[in-house]
Design a protein around this ligand. Structure first.
Ligand code: DCS
Length: 478
């Protein structure tokens, strides 16, 4: 039978997604047995206690329950600007939140996204080239689906990378072409590495078609500089690659030296011929930033220099799924046009969002400092995004013990950490890392007041683990 395991599509079996892999499954088991688990494996802020922003929830609540708008007491429960916004969004739909929208999303919301991009970058943006999606994931999958024709089509992906990319490329039967980020350069991207990766892939008969950048990085947390983005775009121009710019963490910046700058802005700044020719698709989401509305599943992508006939084809494919979530589209509309100074809800909105971002900034530092105080652990500062990705230098005794247990060394370490402390992380092998080098990923999302205790418990476990397995034969290499 087609759904017997042996008969399954091999690409489905090959595909791996570490964020919900072995560690997550074991953590869920332990939780069922009554152990307290700190889930730092997924960048899911509300699951770790982050409160939703008030204004967007008020607006969407009214859109979900439009009969409240007819209630004479509505003004006692909801501020006037939330009521006005709810009416505005309902007027953009054809039948409220229970009706499908256009498969590209509501035209009115796509216009708001285009206006946001124009304000952000200082260049025009066309709503016709913006598609709303169920989270950024669906957008990435739609575009990769259009790019990958078979196993000889290669996609350049950073290593370490977020496994959405490796998993989708496997699922679609394409080839992942890795380029390594340099840990000793704060996970910087060296264009010479890119050239080598492309040359090597070509020598194996792979035609490299697209390049992924994650800026700010997941799991690595680095922010790309403008100069680096320019080099990347020039490289894509020379090599005729579509650039997929994953910019879902653009609001999550924790340092001032390298603010977020979009690939679209850098491309437009470069002028002709680059700005007219380099093909770029940029992704964004409501799951990250200070919104963290992961469960709503809202996202968009913007296409630059993609021919109209191709846009039509992508529209056709999007149409097969009928419509992105309509309530999530409204979240996206609100994210790109939040309350403005002078609006009734502005002060509260600004206070809430600033509170979340400032706390994330402090948590990023507590985590990095905590990791760097541990024996045999080194960690680059989280410049942006939501993760910390420390390198764990495992002593030979630990490598041996892992081998005996039939586990990859970093999986072995993370399982021991989970059993000892309840901290659920993702082993670095799930994101890709250089041979013989080990990491783990945690989010920086646990509540700030719990952070010192979590880091103390990590340090106690780690330092004991290192002492237990240490011997005189050296370490896994840097
Ligand atoms: N791109 C990157 C780089 C991500 O980290 C994520 C989610 C996505 C896209 C997709 O997000 P949405 O589909 O929700 O818009 N990050 C996962 C992670 O690493 N932990 O949690 C989710």
């Amino acid at each position: 039978m087609a759904l017997d395991y042996d008969a399954l599509n091999e690409n489905v079996k090959k595909c791996q997604y570490a964020v919900r892999g072995e560690l997550y499954l074991r953590a869920s088991e332990l939780q069922k047995e009554g152990k307290k688990i700190i889930f730092t494996n997924v960048g899911n802020p509300h699951a770790l206690g982050q409160k939703p922003l008030t204004f967007p929830r008020q607006v969407v609540a009214l859109c979900q329950a439009p009969f409240l708008l007819d209630d004479p007491n509505v003004g006692m429960l909801f501020p006037a600007d939330a009521i006005a916004r709810a009416k505005h969004y309902l007027s953009l739909t054809s039948g409220g939140l229970g009706a499908y929208s256009d498969s590209r999303g509501l035209p009115g919301v796509r216009k708001e996204v285009a206006e946001f991009i124009e304000r952000r970058d200082g260049y025009p943006s066309d709503p016709e080239l913006i598609f709303l999606t169920d989270g950024a994931s669906k957008g990435v999958m739609q575009i990769l689906n259009c790019v990958i024709r078979g196993e000889r089509d290669g996609i350049l992906v950073p290593v370490p990378q977020y496994p959405l990319y490796s998993a989708t490329i496997s699922l679609l039967g394409g080839s992942l072409v890795p380029y390594y980020l340099d840990e000793s350069e704060n996970w910087g991207l060296d264009v010479n590495n890119l050239r080598q990766s492309v040359a090597q892939a070509r020598s194996q008969g792979i035609s490299v078609r697209a390049m992924v950048i994650i800026n700010p990085g997941n799991p690595t947390g680095q922010c790309l500089s403008e100069a680096n983005l320019r080099e990347i775009l020039r490289f894509c121009y020379n090599e005729k690659l579509v650039l997929l710019g994953d910019e879902v963490y653009q609001q999550n910046i924790y340092q001032d030296e390298r603010p977020f700058i979009s690939a679209k802005k850098v491309l437009m700044d470069m002028g002709s011929p680059f700005s007219k020719e380099v093909q770029l698709v940029s992704f964004h989401t409501v799951s990250k930033g200070y919104w963290g509305e992961c469960g709503q599943r809202g996202g968009y992508f913007e296409m630059t220099n993609i021919p109209p006939r191709v846009v039509e084809e992508i529209y056709k494919v999007a149409s097969i799924a009928l419509s992105p979530n309509v309530s999530a589209q409204i979240f996206m509309g609100l994210m790109v046009s939040p309350p403005k100074p002078g609006d009734i809800s502005y002060d509260q909105f600004a206070r809430e969002s600033k509170g979340i971002l400032e706390s994330l900034r402090r948590r990023a530092k507590i985590m990095t400092d905590g990791f760097n105080s541990c024996k045999n652990v080194v960690c680059n500062f989280t410049e942006g995004a939501m993760y910390s990705f420390p390198q764990i230098r495992l002593p030979p005794g630990a490598l041996q013990a892992a081998k005996q247990a039939g586990k990859v060394p970093d999986v072995f370490y993370c399982l021991k950490l989970l059993e000892a402390t309840g901290i659920s992380t993702v082993p670095g092998s799930g994101f890709g890392q250089k041979e013989g080098v080990f990491h783990l990923r945690t989010t920086i999302l646990p509540a700030e007041e719990e952070m010192p205790e979590i880091m103390d418990s990590f340090k106690k476990f780690n330092d004991e683990f290192m002492t237990q397995y240490e011997n005189n034969f050296g370490y896994s290499r840097m």
